[in-house]
Design a protein around this ligand. Sequence first.
Ligand code: PXP
Length: 243
Amino acid sequence: MNTPLLGVNIDHIATLRNARGVGYPCPIEGALICEQAGAEGITLHLREDRRHIRDADVYEMAKRLTTRMNLEMAVTDEMLSIALDVRPAWVCLVPEKRQELTTEGGLDIANLPNLGEFIGQLQTAGIQVSLFIDPDIHQIDTAIALGADAIELHTGTYAHATLDDDTAKVADELGRIKAAVAHAKSKSDILVNAGHGLTRQNVAAIAQIDGIHELNIGHALISDAVFMGLEQAVKAMKQAFLA
Ligand code: PXP
């Protein structure tokens, strides 16, 4: 088994900063600590409403990260022009609704007009493109047909089932995710990432699926950091992949 890479989503450090309207805690400082502790990438979501990450964070982080920036964003002209200016290593396209607490469900790429052109513009600028989708065969086939470099499978339903101790649903969802990974890998060399709702308690079953390239984890890891410190939280999460 190959152990997946860890991408840390640092949005919640910015959420805490913004709650006070001051400059700390600084998400860039947090990202650098995560990199030092062994994170292989940093994920940040520039939302339309700028509720956590701000434009200046993205630009500053682009200068200072030593691993890879994975910029999550909606499929909009505004975000496209920012991405083309910043040129992160990766862009992950996600659905976005103003009222949601976090990204709910994957992008319905099968019903998004002009997505191929949008992806092409990013790729022409040297940016690799990932699509955040549900573990659904039709969405995966569409992602491959669109020429995406990666898919990120939404693990939220699995994660919620683990929190609810719903063992039947956990098994069901795990089966769905495994089948989705196997399907993607049997059809193409597209990279398969996963994320959403993963914790030290539920991550191992996902991390140990053959073919998973990277896991993007935010809320649980930053929550761990409140009690154990950020460096230790990154290390503990990587350790939990192997549990
Ligand atoms: N991957 C994507 C595409 C996301 O939108 C998020 C949440 O912002 C995550 C991963 C991380 O999810 P969580 O914060 O639940 O670990």
